[in-house]
Design a protein around this ligand. Structure first.
Ligand code: PLP
Length: 379
């Protein structure tokens, strides 16, 4: 984009990476499906591309959009959020230790316990809401903090700027999973993180029909080059079609997030006042322990809520089974509202409380959603 900066987020989200096609004037970005690109007799690149596993113009458009939206220096898009996470963590040196939060996406826990040890990377879980506990947990081998805020599924909030200060002091990398917040609500790089990670499968895609992941880097440095090389060789790049769908989702992200947040705020208030509910985890509630930090580092509080029911596992499953508009399904960030009993889907050693339901608030009319929740919670 050639307009004078700084452009506001909404404008960047619509235009970055989505400029009209120079060769046809097409306003909607084209999809380039080519796997290979003509080069000179000695492999000289003609237009900068060689082979799709390394890069392709449609993937470049999405990377440009994500770089602009996160205020980074460069981005890499992947086949899924897990592929993005894995590419970064696998790029750490042999013998490295990473610190991850107690509450985090279950895939990260599985990666850390089942796969990373075999590659010489160990993990410790620490309370990321307690900066002194983190400071005390650092060892000579600690190379990276993996923050996730708000966290999945308990919506815990950690202070990204405070973590970044500690990491800078100790020469440790800070990566932040920004999937729940999205760049519309929170920019970890502006708060001092080195890498922002996304499951673009969620709000960025926005329609529950595309899988992808991304890493956005604060600097185009040696770390970026190492991860880019790993992606090129191991082949976890996002396909052009998926990149195109996610780019399309990015363009309407601001409008969708505004409605996700407005609906979630009203629903969190309704649930917090309901006698069948023991606790509502939503950073927008003043009673949330991370509310003040969230209010500082987020522009709004997001569309994810989790609740704990007074009647334990039975009550949670009964409520989930009675809902008519909320679909029982995993994932989040689409137009439709979803609900999930996380303990049932977290594998043999679930960490989520048995009375917890995670809710992705969609774009339906909020009063219809509240009416559905109300009937599902009735005695
Ligand atoms: N991070 C968070 C916070 C998630 O919720 C998920 C998936 O649910 C992932 C990462 C993994 O992303 P993907 O499913 O696209 O691999």
């Amino acid at each position: 984009m050639t307009m004078t900066p700084p452009l506001r987020f909404e404008t960047l989200a619509v235009h970055a990476g989505a400029e009209p096609d120079a060769s046809t004037g097409a306003v909607a970005p084209p999809i380039h499906l080519a796997t290979t690109f003509q080069h000179g007799p000695a492999g000289e690149r003609i237009a900068g591309y060689e082979y799709q596993r390394e890069g392709n113009p449609t993937q470049d458009r999405l990377e440009a959009a994500l770089t602009a939206m996160e205020g980074g220096a460069a981005a890499l898009v992947f086949a899924s959020g897990m592929a993005a996470m894995n590419a970064l963590l696998e790029s750490l040196p042999l013998g490295a230790e990473i610190l991850i939060p107690h509450d985090c996406y279950t895939g990260l826990r599985v990666l850390a316990t089942e796969f990373l040890p075999g590659r010489g990377i160990s993990t410790r879980q620490v309370d990321f809401t307690d900066i002194e506990a983190l400071r005390a947990a650092i060892s000579d081998r600690t190379k990276l903090f993996w923050a996730e805020t708000p966290s999945n599924p308990q919506l815990q909030v950690c202070d990204i700027a405070a973590l970044a200060g500690l990491c800078r002091e100790r020469g440790i990398l800070l990566a932040c999973d920004n999937t729940f917040a999205t760049p519309a609500l929170q920019n970890p790089l502006a708060l001092g993180a080195d890498v922002a990670m996304h499951s673009t499968t969620k709000y960025l895609g926005g329609h529950s029909d595309v899988m992808g992941g991304a890493l956005v880097f604060a600097h185009r440095d040696e770390l970026f080059e190492r991860v880019a090389h790993r992606r090129h060789v191991t082949g976890a790049i996002a396909s052009p079609f998926n990149s195109w769908l996610i780019l399309r989702g990015c363009r309407s992200l601001s409008a969708r997030m505004a409605m996700h947040c407005a609906n979630a705020k009203k629903i969190a208030g309704f649930l917090a006042g309901h006698s069948a509910i023991e606790a509502v985890h939503y950073p927008g509630l003043a009673s949330h322990p991370g509310h003040a930090i969230a209010a500082q580092q987020m522009r709004d509080f997001g569309g994810m809520i989790s609740i704990r029911l007074r009647g334990g596992r039975e009550a949670a499953l009964r409520m989930a089974g009675r809902l008519q508009l909320f679909v029982n399904a995993t994932s989040l960030g689409g137009c439709e509202s979803l609900i999930e009993h996380r303990a049932s889907v977290e594998g043999p050693q679930p960490i989520s409380p048995q009375n917890l339901l995670r809710i992705s608030i969609g774009l339906e009319h909020v009063d219809d959603l509240i009416a559905d929740l109300d009937q599902a919670l009735a005695d």
